[in-house]
Write a protein that binds this ligand. Sequence first.
Ligand code: FYN
Ligand code: ADP
Ligand code: MG
Length: 587
Amino acid sequence: MGHYPITHGLKPMSEIQESTETIDGFHLLIEALKLNGIDSIFGLPGIPITDLTRMAQAEGLRVISFRHEQHAGNAAAAAGFLTQKPGICLTVSAPGFLNGLTALANATTNCFPMILISGSSEREIVDLQQGDYEEMDQLAIAKPLCKAAYRVLNAEDIGVGVARAIRSAVSGRPGGVYLDLPAKLFAQSMPLQAGRASLIKVVDPAPKQIPGGDAVQRAIDLLKGAKKPLILLGKGAAYAQADEAIRTLVEKSGIPYLPMSMAKGILPDNHAQSAAAARSFVLPEADVVLLIGARLNWLLSHGKGKTWGGANHKAWGAQKYIQVDISPIEADSNVAIDAPVIGDIGSCVSALLDAMGNNWAKPPAEWTQAISERTGKNIAKMADTLAKNPTPMNFHSALAVVKDVMRQHQDTILVNEGANALDFTRSIVDMYKPRKRLDVGTWGIMGIGMGFSVAAAVVTGEQVLAVEGDSAFGFSGMEVETVCRYNLPVCIVVMNNNGVYKGTDVNPTGGADVAPTVFVKGARYDMMMQAFGGVGVHATTPAELRAGIDEAFRSRKPTLINAVIDETAGTESGRITSLNPQAAKKK
Ligand code: FYN
Ligand code: ADP
Ligand code: MG
């Protein structure tokens, strides 16, 4: 047991007599986490967990302190997605717990494994509503927002509580778990041997789930008969870390594939079978769609054919669906699934490959050629746009720089949020390796930027490039101090177009207040980074932007580049303008 500063009368373990040696709740929790391979905690100190953060650090855990618990929670969720181990977020009670809930709910929605551990008030006081310091029935509030929720009242149950939280977070469909630890638990102590014996090292926390042979054959028979097959890769396919098997399935079958945003890079985006640049063509035209770790939710028009582009989009035809997913109840959630293949993606894809045999007929040339024609056209059109160099910069000329940077630095992790900053980056910046793109995910949530960036840098050690809308950056901008404090290799590019979506709205009354969507014109976000010792760059041209990114990658110093973007560029809500009631009325 390591030493830790005596802050409330508890003796360091080394000073306790052999015979009377005991272990307290603090150390039981720390040992339970370490026993299960947890090496980092993302959180924010305060009553009743400040000492816990100190002791965890003293016992060798990496404790990353944030300025707001939502971003610590987002960091834990991103760590879970990247490592398949639950990310740990530690908060104080009541308000700190509430601040963590957005991240817990977002993790659950996105199937990212994380555990929110919060200190809490004593049950006897909460249940009688006697008005404790930060009194709140946290367990009851958390339950509807996460996959599982547990509370531990006695030190000897800490081992079970941690084990249950870990297994719940990563087994089956991954998600967020809440673990409620009332303050009195930490100071409880028990004999050291009995305490250690109460801890559980979780065996096989995410067991393989093998698909049924009949289900696999049903899927193969459907795929075999397809004239216009399409494979759709979702973030579940990225999370599963079955990269080689998925690549083999795509290449052996010859079937065109479409990656959802966080599945980009499972195969390189410039792959000959990528249909990403013909999205609006392939989705309505395909006759059999193989979903791998992707849900037919709003991002895929619920499988019902409403697409996001202009009037030329066709309603989807009578596709047949094969759905590979670990969740048996995901099938039929939106439309009938003709061939559900239930299991973990690694096992399912291997079973499909075995069932394909060795003389699989590639899809008809008219299908693959039609796709190549469209991708060729869209890529050429995009290349023309990207070659332009307008003043001021627009999203395209700035992202042409980012596109080239990512081509040259393919291990870099790209974090991306915003509206136009998100949608243009998704279709302009190619990804070449799996799990290198972290973005707003299933909810389209703003505020993931700095939490995801810190986690990506901490758990991978790789350079991080965060491409942020100026509005999106505002949700977590104070965490640039956190980035500087830990001297993380995070380069933030704020696409500064003076406002939400654009910077051109005006107050129709002519009053002194600016329009609700407009920010301070010409804001200098780069100076925020300088305030904390990081590098701030003000870029008004693609050349200045490139130089700033290159220097950040060379120095690996925390850097924020304020990229001045034409405030008239972009559209409201990017590619999903149609979700705005006003826009929908115009339809
Ligand atoms: C794609 N495209 C390309 C390329 N990749 N053209 C050229 N080169 C490349 N590499 C084309 C693609 O074929 C589409 O054109 C278009 O670019 C857009 O592609 P995208 O972005 O993949 O497709 P689309 O239609 O936007 O996808 C719908 C969507 C997406 C809902 C999945 O918009 C999305 O994920 N939106 C997230 C929105 C969100 O969460 N925002 C945060 C909150 S916004 P066509 O085929 O011609 O259509 C707050 O206001
Ligand atoms: P996307 O938005 O990229 O399409 P979604 O988040 O909608 O991805 O869907 C992810 C799906 O992947 C979820 O239905 C989830 O159950 C599934 N999933 C996550 N991990 C695995 C896994 N290891 N094996 C199988 N399915 C998985
Ligand atoms: Mg903006």
